[in-house]
Design a binder for this molecule. Structure first.
Ligand SMILES: Cc1cc2nc3c(=O)[nH]c(=O)nc-3n(C[C@H](O)[C@H](O)[C@H](O)COP(=O)(O)O)c2cc1C
Length: 387
């Protein structure tokens, strides 16, 4: 039985949870089942809505409420840090005419022609959507739903516009901002966010250059608000270490990929638990921003073509029609599979609630022993038994 009092932090108090463990708002992966499992174990579960349709955002929020009566959050991606102009119009074509597609570079045509067995050929003229999924306008529409549905916590990825913080705070929502640098952290604190996630270079998905072990204490020193550590954290030793660095808790992404509740392909989960240390790469090739993903033939094909990568969201709009069918079929060779370096510490698929409780139990044991015991050779105690 975990002595959860040992793990009570200011972040727990602000989020209304008993354990300082937050599930990452992984777009397309963190759905109602995963969010509910993390919250039901005492942490804070999150839905990830990076580019979802509005109907899906509302439906999933309601689904979580049906599953649990505990705090949870929704993560949205804001493609820019701030903007004084009206949202959604700047640098974007009028919404009634779809943005012009950028032609696929020649070296990528091979992927258009050759899809893995069983994968339908990508459409050459993808159906236009009225609002570009990664636009600030689309993200603000998702925020409208978060507000209407009284979701208690909002996590902002990529950017945290002042206007978004103001809107959320006006409705009593706790705002978490994910940042990868000291400069960004100080900026978002000034904008009024409640908690900052120090997301290190090890992290899966969009990531910065500074490693977790360097970023966390730096932000703890620079900020007055609580800091959560993220990037490479997969076990209880790392939770205890993060608390020792002054963090108020951790945010887990990759560790939660290897759970039955995560909505990712079985092939991806299998790869996570077999991961070797050079299996991920940071590339801008899928979205236009640096993102840590599984290394594959597609990421390799961009070597030497880095200067042809378009900014976000144009790069995503160009490559998505090529890689989306492969993703739907679970192909690891073409598609975008955000995955962090911490996968090398994940060796089994286990229910998310068990992962959360196990991390907490191990960290509490280490802390109550004054930190000793983390060096033992039998690491199985730190890992989940599997489902
Ligand atoms: C599969 C996957 C999808 C992600 N999607 C998002 C997202 O939509 N929005 C976001 O803010 N962060 C996203 N992230 C980053 C996480 O929020 C988090 O910062 C990161 O996973 C922490 O590092 P770790 O993967 O080493 O635990 C994603 C990460 C992964 C692994």
């Amino acid at each position: 039985m975990t002595n959860s009092r040992l793990l009570q932090t200011e972040a727990c108090r602000r989020l209304g949870v008993s354990l300082p463990i937050v599930g990452a708002p992984m777009g397309g992966v963190a759905g109602p089942e995963l969010a509910a499992a993390v919250s039901s174990a005492g942490g804070l579960g999150m839905l990830g809505h990076a580019n979802s349709d509005l109907a899906a955002v509302r439906e999933e929020i309601r689904h979580v409420k049906d599953l649990i009566d505990k705090p949870f959050g929704v993560g949205l991606l804001f493609p820019t840090s701030d903007r004084t102009e009206p949202p959604g119009l700047v640098h974007e074509p009028p919404q009634d005419s779809p943005p012009e597609r950028n032609p696929l570079p020649l070296f990528l045509r091979q992927f258009q022609a050759v899809q893995p067995a069983g994968v339908p050929a990508p459409s050459r003229s993808p159906r236009p959507r009225r609002v570009r999924p990664y636009s600030l306008e689309a993200a603000e529409q998702r925020l409208d739903i978060v507000i209407e549905e009284n979701v208690p916590v909002l996590a902002c990825g990529l950017g945290t516009p002042a206007r978004v913080v103001k809107r959320a705070k006006a409705h009593g929502i706790q705002v978490i901002a994910l940042v990868g640098s000291r400069r960004a952290a100080v900026e978002v604190e000034e904008r009024g966010v409640d908690i900052v996630v120090a997301q290190g270079h090890e992290a899966g998905g969009h990531t910065g250059r500074t490693t977790t072990f360097v970023l966390v204490p730096q932000l703890v020193d620079a900020l007055r608000i609580p800091v959560l550590a993220a990037g490479g954290i997969s076990d209880g030793r790392q939770l205890a270490a993060a608390l020792m660095l002054g963090a108020s808790g951790v945010l887990l992404g990759t560790r939660l990929l290897a759970t039955p509740e995560a909505r990712t392909a079985d092939s991806h989960k299998a790869r996570v638990v077999e991961m070797r240390e050079d299996d991920t790469v940071v590339s801008r090739c899928y979205t236009g921003k640096p993102s840590r993903v599984l290394r594959n033939a597609f990421t390799d094909a961009w070597k030497g073509h880095e200067n042809e990568i378009l900014p976000m969201p144009e790069q995503w709009e160009m490559v998505e029609p090529v890689v989306a069918p492969a993703k739907a079929a679970g192909s690891l060779t073409l598609a975008n599979w955000p995955t962090g370096q911490g996968a090398v510490l994940v060796r089994s698929i286990a229910p998310a609630a068990e992962v959360v409780r196990q991390l907490a139990a191990e960290a509490a044991a280490l802390i109550s022993n004054g930190g000793s015991g983390g060096e033992r050779s039998d690491r199985e105690g730190a890992r989940c038994s599997g489902s």
